[in-house]
Structure formats: structure tokens, C-alpha cells
Design a protein around this ligand. Structure first.
Ligand SMILES: NC(=O)c1ccc[n+]([C@@H]2O[C@H](COP(=O)([O-])OP(=O)(O)OC[C@H]3O[C@@H](n4cnc5c(N)ncnc54)[C@H](O)[C@@H]3O)[C@@H](O)[C@H]2O)c1
Length: 253
């Protein structure tokens, strides 16, 4: 998979204060894009943006709570105004706080997890698409999960449902926006070595994942970012509505 540079382009990356979002923001910047580091974590967003700038790139923090439509719309519009364009949105914010099965999943946790993974995607699409339509160009790449591709046990029901919704919304948005030069695609990772997931996976579970994954290990965030960057590139112009599984062969569909 080769991709040309992103020189002159502007990418907004949600959840970019850490993990897969951070790796994606760094790779897009390394390839020449200016990057808006969007996250609710102000200190983390500042850290990543400063470090991209220190390495010779261009980036700035876009502190946003994606659970708020007003905050998301304002942040996207402010970033567009500052950059003068909006070519790429990567939606990596989301995840879940702990493994829990269907019966034990607290009722109160449903809204937070579904909203931070799925409603946030709707907000980002609704805010960004009109700006991209005005330029007849756009790349929207969102993070789903192997949890939505096949049964994974244990996996929290709110997270699995949200990531399934992410795939359905990806296809619907691809249908609606294709005629405007905007592609919408999803990447579905399985087990990635990010600080959050290392915190919620026991050593026994990690050993089990390594044993049951054909490539024999968990993914590095950079390996997920590579797929995101391809889908965000000009070269991926005829790829839309797809889910790219990046899971080391853990599930083959
Ligand atoms: N890490 C994995 O193993 C894995 C596997 C499959 C899918 N994914 C998905 O990939 C994405 C990134 O995963 P990760 O492990 O890098 O996540 P992470 O938890 O390390 O990072 C998520 C980021 O999103 C931000 N965020 C959360 N809620 C927000 C809100 N309301 N507004 C703005 N920012 C908010 C957090 O502050 C954090 O910086 C997630 O959507 C996750 O579900 C991850």
C-alpha cells in the first residue's frame, strides 16, 4: 500500500491525544498534512500537537467534547476556518472502560459508550460533510472494531452495538456523500497495544490473544494508522463504504 504525500491538506483527527488517533495524527503529519488534534483531553491534545510541531510538522490542539453537538460543530468550523480547508476527518475517539458481559453491563453505562463511539460519529459527519461538499472532496475514516464483525467473548454489549452502528452509518454516509467526492470508510482493528487496552486486558488475556491470532501478537497503533492513512489518501478515491479488517487474521471474513 503506497500513498502519496498529503502536502497542503488539513486533517482533523478525533481521539488523537493517545493510542490509534495519536499514531494516525503523527503519520498524517509526517506525510505533510496539517493536523487538528481533536480530543476532550486538553493536556494530551497539546502534548501531541507540540510534539508534531517539534518534529517539523504543523498541528494544533482542538479541544472538544464529542458528546456535545454544539461543541463539535464549533470545533470543526473553527478548525476549518483556521486551516482554510478540511480534507480529512478521522474518528478515533471512543472505546470502552472495562470488559463486562451482557448480564453484568450497568444500564447507566449504555448511553456513554454508545454516544462516545457512535453519536460522536454522526456529529462529526454532520459538521464536516457540508464543508467537504463545498470543496467537492473529502475523506472520512472511522474506527470500528472486530467486536462488530464477529462474536468476540467477552466484549461489552454497548461497545459491540455502537461499533456495529458505526459500520451501518459508514455505509449510509458513503451512499449519501459519494456524489460530492467524499468517501466514507471504516477500519476494524482487533487487539491493539494502546495504553487504554493494556490497562483493561489481563496478562492471561493478552497471552490468549497472542496464541489465537495468526500473526502471533497484538497490533501496534502504527499498524492501524497505516490502514487509516491509506483510506484517507487521494489514491483511495474509488474505495467507499468498506470496512477494512486489520486484525492479524484473528477474524477472516
Ligand atoms: N485499542 C484497541 O485494541 C482497539 C480495538 C478495536 C477498536 N478500537 C477503536 O479504535 C479507537 C481508538 O482506540 P484507542 O485504544 O486508541 O483509544 P484510547 O482510549 O487510547 O483513545 C481514545 C481517545 O478518545 C478520547 N475521547 C473519549 N471520549 C471523548 C469525547 N467525548 N470527546 C473527545 N474525545 C474523547 C479520549 O480522551 C482518548 O484520548 C476507538 O474508537 C476504539 O474503540 C481500539
Amino acid at each position: 500500500m503506497t500513498t502519496s504525500g498529503f502536502a497542503g491538506q488539513f486533517a482533523l483527527v478525533s481521539g488523537a491525544a493517545t493510542g490509534i488517533g495519536e499514531a494516525t495524527a503523527r503519520e498524517l503529519a509526517r506525510r505533510g498534512a496539517r493536523v487538528g488534534v481533536m480530543d476532550i483531553n486538553a493536556a494530551g491534545a497539546r502534548r501531541v500537537a507540540d510534539s508534531i510541531v517539534a518534529e517539523g510538522g504543523e498541528a494544533w490542539p482542538c479541544v472538544t467534547d464529542l458528546l456535545s453537538w454544539e461543541a463539535t460543530q464549533k470545533s470543526v468550523q473553527d478548525a476549518h476556518a483556521r486551516a482554510g480547508r478540511l480534507d480529512i476527518v478521522v474518528h478515533s475517539a471512543g472505546g470502552f472502560p472495562q470488559y463486562v458481559n451482557l448480564i453484568d453491563c450497568p444500564v447507566e453505562a449504555w448511553d456513554t459508550v454508545v454516544n462516545s463511539n457512535l453519536r460522536s460519529m454522526f456529529y462529526l459527519l454532520k459538521a464536516a460533510a457540508p464543508l467537504m461538499m463545498g470543496a467537492s472532496y473529502g475523506r472520512f475514516v472511522t474506527l470500528s472494531s472486530m467486536a462488530a464483525r464477529s462474536g468476540v467473548n467477552p466484549n461489552p454489549p454497548h461497545y459491540t452495538a455502537a461499533k456495529g452502528g458505526v459500520l451501518a452509518l459508514t455505509r449510509q454516509a458513503a451512499l449519501d456523500l459519494g456524489k460530492y467526492g467524499i468517501t466514507v470508510n471504516a477500519v476494524a482493528p482487533a487487539n491493539v497495544l494502546t495504553p487504554r487496552t493494556l490497562g483493561i486486558r489481563t496478562p492471561e488475556r493478552i497471552a490468549h490473544i497472542e496464541k489465537s491470532t495468526p500473526v502471533g501478537r497484538l497490533a501496534r497503533p502504527e499498524e492501524i494508522a497505516a490502514a487509516v492513512v491509506f483510506l484517507a489518501s487521494p489514491e483511495a478515491s474509488y474505495v467507499t463504504g468498506v470496512t477494512m479488517d486489520v486484525n492479524g487474521g484473528a477474524t477472516m471474513i
